[in-house]
Design a protein. Structure first.
Length: 315
């Protein structure tokens, strides 16, 4: 059964009635189509109306939905012959950031991204997608490898932010993030970054400084979480909804501001309601992006990337 968010309560109640009717009719000769049809139509309309006017805070909740497809789902569906490459060759392998070689619709690619996990055990194993220094240093190593062999890089971003623990700071978290961002900007091959759910802080931009930055329709991308911003400005996380509105965290706001290049439509009700459709839509957007960038020289790719990010914030 689908997990409904707080603002979806009326939809959940309707769906519960529909499910109850179906259970009642199981094994019997009662025809309930006449009753279920109007209820399902009403539920579909309500879902459409709700998602047509989501607030930034509601979009943040959708972006964090536990059933939303993650890195491993996209790789399984879009990348053939995926071969993960582990370790930063200095300290350890970070399970929060995964990367490797594979083929995307017939083209060799290097895929790097955050993995949050699907259940409690895997979320703990992947540290909820919060990368440590060794994760970003692994990303740097893989980007350098791709650059050496002329292989395009695809990054799949989905993190609330880099891991803020003491051990991460001791191992140079800020330096690792800065170096990873620098490596993105210096690549002589196309880099297409996709924000799948949350794009939080430097932990996201360290993999997202690309030639093209795509965002799923209900993803968010910001320098700090709405709760973190509210705690700083209002001394309470209860103002997270106000912070989300002020920070312009949604794909629609960021496209208007020129921070991202494209918005990938999601199935009605969010990517978690039809993961396969969401994955195919992102694949189509990435394929179009690679086609646009494939003829550019390394120098042109670097110059375009530099111009893109220097233009942000200019009035």
């Amino acid at each position: 059964m689908a997990t409904f968010l707080d603002f979806e309560k009326p939809i959940a109640e309707l769906q519960s009635r529909i499910d109850e009717l179906r259970r009642t009719a199981e094994g019997g000769d009662v025809d309930i189509a006449a009753e279920i049809g109007p209820l399902q139509a009403k539920s579909d309309r309500l879902l459409q109306d709700t998602y047509a006017r989501l607030t930034p805070w509601q979009k943040a909740q959708v972006a964090r939905h536990p059933e939303r497809p993650h890195f491993n789902h996209y790789v399984a569906a879009l990348i053939e012959d995926f071969t993960p490459l582990g370790g930063d060759r200095a300290f350890a392998d970070d399970a929060a950031i995964i990367g490797g070689l594979g083929r995307f619709r017939g083209r060799r690619v290097m895929v790097i991204g955050h993995e949050k996990g699907d259940d409690t055990a895997s979320r703990l194993r992947h540290n909820f997608g919060m990368g440590k220094p060794e994760g970003y240093r692994k990303a740097i190593r893989l980007m350098q490898l791709a650059d050496r062999f002329g292989i395009p890089v695809l990054t799949l971003v989905d993190t609330s932010g880099a891991f803020p623990g003491v051990q991460a700071e001791e191992r140079g978290q800020a330096e690792a993030i800065a170096r990873s961002t620098e490596q993105c900007l210096n690549l002589g091959v196309p880099l297409i970054a996709s924000i799948l759910g949350e794009g939080g802080s430097g932990g996201a931009v360290a993999l997202a400084a690309g030639n093209q930055v795509l965002m799923l329709e209900h993803a968010i991308y910001s320098v700090i979480s709405p709760e973190g911003c509210a705690s700083i400005l209002w001394r309470t996380a209860d103002k997270a909804a106000d912070a989300a509105e002020a920070m312009k965290v949604t794909a629609q706001h960021l496209k208007e501001l020129g921070v991202i290049d494209g918005i990938v439509p999601e199935p009605m009700g969010g990517a978690h309601r039809d993961p396969q459709a969401a994955i195919i839509a992102l694949g189509d957007a990435i394929e179009a992006g690679l086609a646009d960038l494939s003829g550019l020289s390394p120098q042109s790719l670097r110059q375009a990337r530099r111009a893109k990010f220097l233009a942000m914030g200019r009035v």
